[in-house]
Ligand binder design. Structure first.
Ligand code: FES
Length: 186
C-alpha cells in the first residue's frame, strides 16, 4: 500500500502542538541568514527551504510561523514554487530525469526498476514513508545521463545496479545523507 502525493499544492492540516519554527531554527535564521540578506522579507525563500530541509515538507502552519517571524503577512509564496512540498513526502525523494538525453540513455528502465523494487508508481510514496518517486525535467547533467536526484544529491550514469547500491546504503536519518563527492567542512 502507498499514498499518492501527485498534487503537492493541496494543503494538509497538521495538528502538531509545538511550533515548527523552533527556537533553534529561529536562531539559525537570525544568526546565519539575516546577515546575508538586505531585509527580513528577503529571507522568506531560504527560510522555507530551511523548514523543508528539517521536516521534509512545509506545513501551512509553518508558513504562517515563518511569515510572522519575518514580520510579513502569511505567505502564499510557497505555492508558486515546485520545489516546495506542501504535503508530506517520503524521507527520500527519488527524482528521475525524464528529458531527452536521459530518456535516450535509459531513464525509463531506471524508473521502472524503482517502481518494481519499491512497489510504487510515479507520484506515490511507500507505505513506510521512506521513499517518494517523481520524474522531472532536465537536471543539466545530460553528458552523464541517465541521472536522478536523491534528495539533494545528484547521481549520474545510473544503472539499476548502481542505484540499488545507493538505495540499499541510505542512512535511516536522511539528514545524514550527504553527497560523497563534496568535502563537508565548515
Ligand atoms: S536530460 Fe537528463 S540531465 Fe539533461
Amino acid at each position: 500500500m502507498s499514498w499518492r502525493v501527485e498534487n503537492r499544492r493541496l494543503a494538509v492540516i497538521d495538528e502538531r502542538a509545538e511550533p515548527y519554527l523552533t527556537e533553534e531554527l529561529k536562531r539559525t535564521l537570525r544568526e546565519t541568514y539575516f546577515p546575508r540578506y538586505p531585509t527580513k522579507r528577503a529571507v522568506l525563500l531560504p527560510a522555507l527551504h530551511l523548514v523543508q530541509h528539517e521536516y521534509g515538507w512545509i506545513p501551512q502552519r509553518a508558513i504562517a510561523e515563518v511569515a510572522e517571524f519575518l514580520e510579513m503577512a502569511p505567505a502564499e509564496t510557497a505555492t508558486f514554487y515546485e520545489e516546495y512540498w506542501l504535503k508530506p513526502k517520503g524521507k527520500y525523494l527519488l527524482q528521475v530525469c525524464r528529458s531527452l538525453s536521459c530518456e535516450l540513455c535509459g531513464s525509463k528502465p531506471i524508473t521502472d526498476h524503482i517502481r518494481k523494487k519499491l512497489a510504487i508508481e510515479v507520484g506515490e510514496t511507500t507505505s513506510d514513508g521512506k521513499f517518494t518517486l517523481v520524474e522531472l525535467e532536465c537536471l543539466g547533467a545530460c553528458g552523464n545521463a541517465p541521472v536522478a536526484l536523491i534528495n539533494d544529491v545528484m547521481h549520474e550514469d545510473l544503472t539499476s545496479e548502481t542505484l540499488d547500491r545507493v538505495l540499499d546504503g541510505l542512512p535511516e536519518d536522511p539528514h545524514h545523507f550527504r553527497d560523497p563527492v563534496v568535502t563537508w567542512e565548515k
